[in-house]
Ligand binder design. Structure first.
Ligand code: TMP
Length: 241
């Protein structure tokens, strides 16, 4: 029996690797953080919900031809993924003004954008994940020009697919963040997670937050809200994944 080693411990997940294996085991943690880790709380059950939500979404995206690092769910709070070389960029797509976009540009939250806006952030905790532009990406050598174009196209494709998925469960996709990895063959693969931690999701009827803004803004308990997102996904899509 090969021993697993802890490869990485982040704010929401731990990654384990067996020697000589190209697969990783991901453990989703019962932890919520905001403000780059300055706000931190243990929330029992959150890890399992994010793992299950991410697993459903990656499977639905695969059905739309969008491949990810996801291989299979192995328990309520664990999944197996393909090992990829992570590109140190967070790619955000916005359909509606909210969060840092509203703050930076002075646009009222809830303002629908005429077309989706793609933004890049440099994944660096010490620098607080700064907003960067194309020239910064080139200067830092984070992605080639061709890769940056591919990232943008992939992010917009994911946006269309996710908007369609969430619309079927009466949720508006306000914005979201994805991360992308590179396979040994140099292919770009959707990675990390897609969950209420990484998306802004508003109930279509009430505009209530169904996402981590509940935690970021001290609006109440996130667990029932994450459970609601999972229940809707499970009810609508469990038969087709
Ligand atoms: P922002 O409005 O704070 O820039 O966030 C945009 C989207 O990206 C929102 O859905 C939350 C998500 N996001 C993350 O998943 N991780 C992060 O570190 C940040 C800053 C945002």
């Amino acid at each position: 029996m090969e021993t697993e080693v802890l490869l990485y411990e982040g704010k929401a997940k731990k990654l384990f690797k067996k020697p000589d294996s190209k697969e990783l085991r991901v453990e989703y943690l019962d932890q919520a953080t905001a403000l780059n880790g300055q706000k931190k709380d243990a929330i029992q059950g959150k890890g399992a919900l994010n793992n299950q939500i991410t697993s459903i979404l990656f499977q639905l995206l695969a059905q739309e031809g969008i491949q990810s690092h996801f291989i299979k769910i192995i328990s309520k709070h664990e999944q197996l993924i393909e090992m990829v070389d992570m590109i140190p960029l967070e790619v955000v797509v916005r359909n509606v003004a909210a969060g840092s976009f509203s703050k930076r540009l002075g646009i009222e939250e809830g303002t629908t954008l005429p077309q989706p806006i793609v933004e890049f952030y440099y994944k660096d905790d010490a620098l607080d994940d700064p907003f960067i532009n194309d020239d910064h990406i080139a200067y830092l050598g984070l992605a080639t020009e061709a890769e940056r174009q591919q990232l943008r196209t992939l992010a917009l494709t994911v946006n269309r697919a996710l908007q369609h998925i969430f619309a079927q469960i009466d949720i508006r996709l306000i914005d979201f963040k994805i991360e992308i990895g590179k396979t040994a063959q140099g292919h770009l693969l959707l990675a990390d997670e897609i969950s209420p931690d990484t998306c802004r999701l508003w109930d279509m009827a009430t505009n209530n937050h169904l996402d981590k803004d509940i935690y970021r803004r001290d609006l109440g308990d996130i667990l029932p809200v994450y459970q609601e997102v999972y229940n809707r996904l499970e009810k609508e899509f469990s038969s087709c994944i």
